[in-house]
Design a protein around this ligand. Structure first.
Ligand code: SF4
Length: 315
């Protein structure tokens, strides 16, 4: 067992020797965010994965994110320190069930959220993230009929914002559906001037009392530009590390879960990644993401379509 400071130094050495880059999601623990080469949300991480000079990408995040990186740069080695780092939202949409859903709703453009398996992406016309979902839907012709999957809350949010003809897959994230409305109201009573900032994967009652709704990166930039001093944060609390880095004098209050005994406002999948696992993974260059070439080709098209639209819109 080596001490944490030594592990950090060893990771730094290995990263240099192997020309590796560590990409970390905002929901990773503070110490992982601090050693990463780049920290971001799903859209920014995809953009970074597609444009760097490293030979190895180590993904400190969950499996669908590492798969997205592999699809975008199949010639590179993409490592995920723990293959059990899945996603309840991605798991709520299995390929066979989704094929049936598409069959039952013919003639619709299939827009899927990036939080899906590579197989689901391969069945899609265009991918989106919470940073660009509205713009992606609005980039389609007004009369186009759409399937949106897999998150029902983000789907409803996008439907209300755009007024488009959208049928929505009934999936959800166990973390974002767990935030307690009562918990927010209690925090608001304690801090009446606090602003409630909410991720669109949260349920409608939580979204309805929000002062601001946005993707993880939008929530971060909102707290950077806004002039309030206290925020009630309804998304995975990992993001609060970057909020504090940007504005240490402000106060950020994580929303408690409905079940106060479960600690489930944190993403247990994201938290499977640890500094020790990153070290072992970089040293052994395993576990590595492997995907069939056919899936890489089919899933690559809708991801690239999203990235082109995002680039045109400056997102
Ligand atoms: S927070 Fe939810 S959507 Fe994000 S990785 Fe965890 S389970 Fe999936």
């Amino acid at each position: 067992m080596i001490a944490n400071t030594d592990i950090t130094a060893e990771i730094g050495k290995l990263r240099k020797e192997k020309n590796a880059i560590i990409l970390a999601h905002y929901y990773q623990t503070d110490n992982i965010q601090d050693i990463a080469d780049f920290v971001g949300d799903s859209l920014a991480l995809s953009q970074k994965a597609a444009s760097n000079n490293a030979d190895i990408i180590l993904f400190a995040g969950v499996k669908f994110m590492a798969e997205t990186a592999k699809i975008l740069v199949p010639e590179k080695k993409v490592l995920l320190p723990d293959m059990n780092a899945g996603c309840s939202l991605a798991d709520s949409c299995k390929a066979d069930d989704f094929k049936k859903f598409i069959y039952e709703n013919p003639g619709r453009t299939i827009v899927t959220y990036v939080n899906t398996s590579a197989e689901i992406k391969a069945l899609s016309d265009i991918i989106c993230t919470s940073s660009n979902a509205i713009q992606i839907i609005e980039s389609l012709p007004v009369n186009e009929k759409i399937i949106f999957a897999p998150d029902r809350n983000l789907g409803n949010y996008v439907l209300n914002k755009t007024g488009r003809d959208i049928v929505i897959w009934n999936g959800s994230c166990h973390v974002h559906e767990e935030f307690s409305l009562e918990g927010i109201i209690k925090l608001k009573e304690m801090y009446p001037k606090a602003k409630v900032i909410v991720h669109p994967e949260c349920e409608m009652p939580v979204r309805l009392i929000a002062d601001f709704i946005g993707s993880t990166s939008s929530l971060l930039s909102f707290t950077e530009k806004d002039n309030s001093n206290v925020y009630i944060v309804a998304t995975e609390p990992g993001i609060i590390h970057q909020m504090k880095n940007a504005n240490p004098k402000k106060m950020y209050l994580p929303v408690p879960p409905k079940d106060s005994t479960c600690g489930c406002s944190e993403c247990n999948f994201m938290k499977l990644i640890t500094i020790e696992k990153i070290y072992r993974c970089l040293k052994s260059e395993t576990p590595e993401i492997k995907l069939d070439n056919d899936i890489i080709i089919k899933a690559g098209k809708p991801i690239r379509r999203m990235m082109e639209i995002s680039e045109k819109l400056g997102l």
